[in-house]
Design a protein around this ligand. Sequence first.
Ligand code: ZN
Ligand code: ZN
Length: 417
Amino acid sequence: MTNSAKGVIFIGDGMGGRPVPELGGMTTLEAQETPALDLVAREGACGLMDPIAPGIPAGSDTAHMAILGYDPHTYYRGRGPFEAKGVGIDVQVGDVAFRCNFSTVEERRVVDRRAGRIKEGTDQLAAAISEDVPTVEDVEIIFKPSVEHRAALVLRGPGLSHEISEVDPHDPGVDYLKSHPLPGAEDPEAAEKTARVLNEFVERTHEVLEGHPVNRQRRAAGELPANIVLPRGAGTAVQLQPLSERYGLHAAMIVEVDLVRGLGQYLDMDVIKVDGATGGQDTDEMAIAAAVAAALDDHDFVLANIKAPDLGGHDGNCRMKMEAIAKVDRAVGHILDEVDFATTTIMITADHSTPCSVKDHSGDAVPVAFYGRGVRPDDVERYGERACGKGIMGHLRGMEVMHVLTNMMGRAEKFGA
Ligand code: ZN
Ligand code: ZN
């Protein structure tokens, strides 16, 4: 089949919500003016989507997996491998990966999990760790700093498992923990070894970092030393079929969060970085939109995500979330101006709801709207939770949307004769 139709999935991270009394019982998405999203809904086909399944609050990683058609119940073994890919570590099948914080401890007590939000010097600290702790037992240590206090760790060697308990207590003021095999671990011996190696790694980072010149300077300046590395979120790297192979689409990803970017790298998508895409409230949504339009010149499929709506949701700040939704709307408006929708189909959705009343992800379905090539329009006039619920697409699951989209693009494979 020769068909050059293109597809876009545009995600406002955490954009779904619940009614807010102060907004007259509307959700933030309903209360915010969204002319571009409304145009997509009015001229397109709408519905609701459960990213994973009804009532399951999805993480950004598992939601994006499902939306791209990879069942997280089968393939998700923790977020560590995506984090590690996202910071540029060449993760291999069988590796156990972690996200890490540079933290501050006194003896074993955690004073600050983010080491005073250290911004500079972590390159040198990481280099010192890599030099002094290249291996523990027969396990190779791969450690790389990310932004601010964040870093990633990969353990590479025989007989490892991610089924171990956390080192990071997730709260300050208490001692950091010793990792143990999780009860019921599939391979208790592998879990025992991994926990032992991880505990040793943590102690060694404390020895290396405690007297490091970067920390001597920090102490002299009255700042907290980054004197230990606390890993968390263990995950085992598994084999995932590249997205282009799976759907016959040359695919790109334009997202702001390392974790999701790591998933894109994992799926062998072209992961495009955009100047001005900060992942914050101040992100340059027009630059992101321009990058999506440009990526469509030489890709068949683009997944894009703007992080900001999720932040307002987590903060419980509905106004902030509405401003972020306005950003998503402006970005979509720019894409509508720049892209030819006779040959392109776009789907606008969220990866999960982050209601500002909940301050976390909830299991509420999110709105979807399809627009452009191959779309049968319905009577929905506005983009929002209530309005889209009346649309022709009904209730989808994340795992189904790539099928729906590729069908509209005319690029779905026939099942049967
Ligand atoms: Zn998300
Ligand atoms: Zn979130």
